[in-house]
Design a protein around this ligand. Structure first.
Ligand code: NZQ
Ligand code: ZN
Length: 392
């Protein structure tokens, strides 16, 4: 078991009707003038934005708005937000949306609290010394950004999708009403579930340290998400199923399911971020399309974990060699992805990268990772290209 630091400062306000508490929470954390940051309009159409504004008004908190955050959020919108906040004297940031909106908000927070170009953080040439305080009203269970230390931004002119992780950007609070997620298109619900699963899988498939309790939590989380993702496919208004995956989205990426290991693998995420940067695909769907090829490429180097996953998560029978059981677990995951309408390869994802694009993505992934990436198996640039080819 490895030493670990577990830091989850985010106050969670969870359940039916909690949007009404937003204003009081902003006040509690010292906000007097707030930027409400949101996406392409779903929060307007669903009435979520209106409820949030009403709650702020009732708490006597002034606010300005900036919408238009796109999935795989753009750096240009971050610059726009920084400008607006400076002009308006904003002292607290409120994200109303999913991972893209929350990450755009975190990046604005960095930009406001640090000198120079905020993109330097994402190039890892500089470390942040602060971040303006922020809160999140979550509208999609997926990225886990509402409790995570991570922020992922795409620079449009170079199609570079990059992440920057820092404890100081964890939201002060997260308002989570599962009912709000019932307006999601089925594809986004499923893509969110794929991402939630991957945040725990990335931590589970490791060759560095393990802890029985962490594994048990991780396995329960993955089983729960798989069960409820399937329920939601047929019954999207099922509140309890929405609640299960929403809470899982936060716990899957706040560090809990990695306590005691080496930090996990995260190669699938690295590979997907390049797909997102180049082809602008939905993040969770991109992960589902990459994972089976990654798994088949690395499973021999992490066999005990793949066997344990097959038996304890996918419910494969304990029959055959370890390798056969591990492969049956990978197949079971593919069946699960298909059952919820997720792709299991790049073709099904709707993209067909050329050999040149594959080499470019592998190179970028290697550079962004600062060298070889992974814990189940350390991948170099040629391994990364091989996995993209397998996934075609
Ligand atoms: O923009 P709007 O109109 O709001 O529509 C969004 C968007 O099109 C829609 N949506 C959200 N809530 C809705 C809704 N539609 C109807 N009803 C609702 N209640 O869903 C679409 C996807 O939204 P987005 O925020 O992009 O989804 P997600 O939460 O999956 O975030 C993806 C981004 O997060 C990054 C990903 O790379 C990607 O850029 N990640 C961030 C992480 C973090 N900060 O910890 C970790 C993840 O691994 C991930 O990399
Ligand atoms: Zn993710």
């Amino acid at each position: 078991m490895y030493n670990f630091m577990y830091h989850t400062p985010t106050e969670v306000c969870f359940g039916k009707g909690v949007l009404a508490d937003t204003g009081a929470l902003v006040k509690k954390y010292g906000g007097k003038k707030v930027l409400i940051h949101y996406g392409g309009g779903s929060a307007v159409r669903s009435g979520v934005l209106e409820q949030v504004k009403q709650s702020l008004d009732e708490a006597g908190i002034a606010h300005v708005e900036l919408g238009g955050v796109v999935p795989n959020p753009h750096l240009s919108k971050v610059y726009e937000g920084i400008e607006l906040c400076r002009r308006e004297g904003v002292d607290f940031l409120l994200a109303v949306g999913g991972g893209s909106v929350i990450d755009s908000t975190k990046a604005i927070g960095y930009g406001l609290a640090n000198e120079g170009d905020v993109w330097e953080l994402f190039e890892h040439t500089k470390k942040a010394s602060g971040c303006m305080p922020l809160g999140a009203v979550l509208t999609i269970a997926a990225a886990g950004s509402e409790m995570s230390n991570s922020c992922v931004i795409t620079r449009e002119d170079t199609a570079s999708k990059r992440s920057y992780n820092d404890e100081i950007a964890r939201p002060r609070f997260a308002v989570m009403d599962p009912a709000v997620t019932t307006t999601l298109p089925a594809y986004q619900t499923a893509s969110g579930c794929a991402d939630i699963l991957m945040h725990t899988e990335e931590r589970y498939f490791t060759n560095g340290g393990n802890m029985e309790l962490t594994d048990a939590i991780a396995e329960a989380l993955m089983r729960t998400v798989m069960k409820n993702a399937k329920l939601l496919k047929d019954d999207p208004d099922n509140y309890d199923a929405r609640a299960e995956v929403m809470w899982a989205s936060s716990l899957s990426h706040n560090g809990l399911t990695g306590c005691g290991n080496d930090g996990g693998d995260f190669a699938s995420h690295g590979l997907e971020h390049e797909l997102g940067g180049m082809f602008d695909v939905a993040h969770g769907a991109g992960l589902a399309a990459i994972w089976p090829s990654w798994a088949r490429y690395v499973y021999r180097d992490c066999l005990p974990r793949f066997k344990k996953f097959a038996l304890n998560v996918t419910g494969v029978e304990n029959v055959g060699t370890d390798e056969e059981i591990a492969l049956a677990g990978i197949e079971a995951m593919e069946d699960f992805y298909r059952a919820i309408g997720m792709p299991t390869n790049l073709r099904e994802l709707g993209i067909a990268p050329t050999e040149e694009q594959i080499c470019e993505m592998a190179h970028r992934c290697y550079v962004a990772s600062g060298g070889p990436k992974g814990s189940a198996k350390k991948l170099d640039e040629s391994d990364m290209a091989a996995i993209y080819r397998m996934a075609k």
